[in-house]
Design a protein around this ligand. Structure first.
Ligand SMILES: Nc1ncnc2c1ncn2[C@@H]1O[C@H](COP(=O)(O)OP(=O)(O)OP(=O)(O)O)[C@@H](O)[C@H]1O
Length: 681
């Protein structure tokens, strides 16, 4: 034992010989309780000498004793329950004995015996306590946790038996009843991370759903995501969209997955997803992860609008059912989504589906899902799930308006439609509160710390999720909140798979597979979209009138059939830019350049009223043939100049055409949707 004592101790600092000095040094900390007992005895004797016969002193001493005990109890509120009780009992016993000794005399009745027995007991109890506390402070024991909790202002919290797994410690925490709540732990998380010298995302708190003062503290010391994993191909080629879509991994190595058709166990309606992240946070690659997963499933259609002209998604584009590059094309896509929702909901309802299920995508051969009144299987073609994806959607959503979007989002969920929206900057100046609330699922990538509250629900941030701590320094790191994922997973960070240049070949193969094997639009969806988008819809399906069974234009083309001109002339192999061009139509006059008036109108001459109306009707036809199904006065600007007609005149004709059913109002003021001639007829 001496071997461990410091040299100062052996030379006997403060003492004579070395052994005596050491013993004195060890005993010193335990002396104060004994000195206090001695002082109480002396005070009792002196008090009696002074106040033996004073009634007033009796009252004063009794009151002082009560006040001193109360003050001790009050002062002990910040310490542990046992220490508070121990102190109060000590003070109460000491001051009661002192009062009695002062008034009656320290040797009167049992007072002397009480002093001789009680004094050492009280002093020893404090000595024992001190010895035990030293042992508690052993860094290997639970006292270390206690020390940590004290440091972060949770001194009276009790920490239970910790579960230690590789790179993960989970410890149950129980807080002082009535004094602390789970919120106090959430607020202390950053301090815990600082005390442990870890990044803030390494410490999480999972409050118990059944208690406001219990939960689990989770500490993940090593960042297993620092080494990014690469995309290696689809997780489930040919599976159903109802199976998990795997887009990366969590920090414990388990797959980072989500379900767009909603919670598979609860059989809930589909969910809508927000992909939120600042510039450089990895939104583009997150989108590639999700799109590759979607395209690898057999029963889903993917419509994508991307104002960045498919810069990130080019290899996947051929596998998508419909693409739009922003502007008027996106407006048509939005109108089409609005139109397909009621048609799909009706179909699902008529076939006995309360929400979209994988069986809905198969031919309807069961009695359970039949639209025939006699209950016999109807044999209707199945309806694939639909994902409508809007990249950089702030403008589109703003134009659409909050009420419209909220309505669409609400109804889409029961129509087997999922909306995916990505935002360049996740913040409320990009998207209103009500639109944000219509997107229940989120992939929250690194962002500005001020935008965390926009990306993630408050409870997930309180549990320790901080995408703001990553900014764009940790591309692909994300938190995923979505039905089907256990809620205690929400505050765990994950990382999407990285797409190196060599993944391009994989994506191209996948797009070719989707083109060959992926779903084609069912007749209900196809006719609803065609009625709105006309020739702007370049889907894999053949729009109405329905083709002869088995003719799938893309299949014919992929198999190398020379006759690429299917009935509609715009299968997927047609460049989307040329999709609206009628191959049979006469070519424009070779002498007419781009600047020549399209209707051969000489500039300078104002057409008569009848002629002007004819010109206007022809202009609408031209737009329709070119696949531009949403128009407004600004699209007629050049046309007005060429024909000497004014914009107000065009505005009046547009309104008139809407009254006649040739156009239909959209949610955006001054924008009209052309009703395709076939549908209007
Ligand atoms: N999971 C990942 N692992 C490793 N690197 C990644 C990951 N995701 C993205 N990156 C890299 O981070 C960088 C930014 O990614 P990306 O272009 O997807 O970000 P972004 O959010 O789309 O940016 P911007 O908004 O500017 O287009 C790229 O160099 C990309 O390769």
């Amino acid at each position: 034992m001496f071997a461990f004592a410091g040299p100062g101790l052996l030379t006997g600092e403060g003492g004579g010989g070395s052994v005596r000095g050491y013993l004195l040094h060890r005993v010193k900390p335990h002396l104060p309780p004994w000195l206090a007992v001695g002082a109480t005895g002396v005070a009792g004797a002196l008090g009696h000498w002074r106040w033996a016969d004073s009634a007033a002193a009796g009252v004063g001493l009794t009151l002082s004793s009560v006040i001193l005990t109360g003050a001790t109890w009050w002062a002990g509120r910040a310490t542990s329950q046992q220490r508070r009780l121990h102190s109060a009992i000590t003070v109460a016993a000491g001051s009661a004995w002192l009062t009695a000794a002062c008034l009656a005399g320290p040797m009167t009745g049992p007072l002397d015996d009480l002093f001789l027995m009680g004094g050492p007991v009280v002093a020893l109890s404090w000595n024992v306590r001190m010895v035990l506390r030293r042992n508690d402070a052993d860094p290997q024991g639970g006292g270390a946790d206690k020390g940590l909790l004290e440091k972060v202002g949770l001194a009276r919290a009790q920490i239970g038996q910790a579960k230690v797994e590789p790179n993960r410690v989970t410890a149950p925490l129980s807080l002082e009843p009535g004094e602390q709540t789970n919120d106090d732990v959430s607020k202390a998380l950053a301090r815990i991370a600082s005390a442990l010298d870890l990044p803030v995302s390494a410490v999480r708190y999972l409050p118990s759903p059944d208690s406001s003062r219990r939960g689990e503290l989770v500490i993940v010391p090593e960042d297993m995501l620092a080494q990014s994993a690469e995309y290696e191909g689809p997780s489930n080629l040919g599976g159903s969209i109802a199976e998990p879509l795997v887009i990366g991994r969590y920090d414990d190595g388990s797959p980072l997955s989500l379900w767009l058709p909603g919670d598979p166990k609860a059989k809930r309606n589909s969910t809508h997803l927000l992909i939120a992240g600042g510039t450089g946070s990895g939104k583009g690659e997150t989108a590639l992860n999700l799109q590759t997963e979607i395209l690898s499933r057999r029963d889903v259609l993917l419509w994508v609008s991307d104002p960045k002209a498919f810069q990130d998604f080019a290899p996947l584009r051929p596998g998508m059912d419909w693409t739009a590059e922003g502007g008027a094309d996106t407006e048509v896509m939005v109108e089409a989504v609005k139109a397909v929702i009621p048609a799909r909901t009706r179909w699902l309802g008529a076939h006995g589906y309360r929400q979209w299920l994988p069986e809905a995508a198969e031919q309807q051969t069961s009695r359970e899902h039949t639209c025939r009144p006699d209950g016999r299987p109807c044999g209707c073609p199945g309806m694939p799930f639909l994902v409508a994806w809007f990249e950089e959607a702030a403008n589109t959503l703003r134009n659409l308006g909050d009420d419209a979007f909220t309505g669409i989002a609400q109804e889409a969920r029961s129509a087997g439609v999922s909306l995916v929206v990505s935002l360049q900057r996740p913040s409320y100046d990009q998207m209103s509160t009500s639109t944000r609330a219509s997107l229940p699922s989120v992939i929250a990538l690194g962002c500005d710390p001020r935008d965390e509250g926009f990306s993630l629900p408050e409870a997930v941030i309180d549990a320790g999720a901080h995408p703001g701590a990553w900014g764009n320094r940790r591309p692909g790191y994300c938190y995923v909140v979505s039905p089907g994922i256990p809620e205690d997973r929400y505050p765990s960070p994950g990382r999407t798979f990285a797409f190196p240049a060599r993944a391009t070949a994989l994506m191209e193969q996948l797009a070719a597979w989707a083109l060959r094997e992926g779903a084609t639009a069912d007749p209900v969806t196809a006719s609803a979209v065609t009625a709105v988008a006309g020739r702007a819809y370049t889907g894999r399906t053949v729009p109405t009138p329905a083709p002869a069974a088995g003719t799938r234009p893309r299949l014919t083309a992929v198999q190398g059939d020379d006759d690429m001109s299917n009935e509609q002339g715009h299968g997927l192999l047609v460049d989307p830019e040329d999709a609206g061009i009628d191959p049979e139509a006469d070519l424009p006059d070779a002498e007419q350049g781009d600047d020549t008036p399209i209707f051969g109108q000489e500039t300078g001459r104002k057409p008569g009223p009848k002629e002007a109306r004819e010109l206007f009707a022809r202009a609408l036809e031209e737009f329709e043939q070119a696949g531009q199904m949403i128009v407004g006065p600004k699209d007629f600007m050049d046309w007005c100049d060429r024909n000497n007609l004014s914009r107000p005149w065009v505005s009046a004709r547009l309104k008139e055409a809407a009254e006649n059913g040739r156009l239909e109002a959209t949610n955006a003021t001054g924008r009209w949707r052309i009703v395709p001639v076939l549908a209007a007829a």
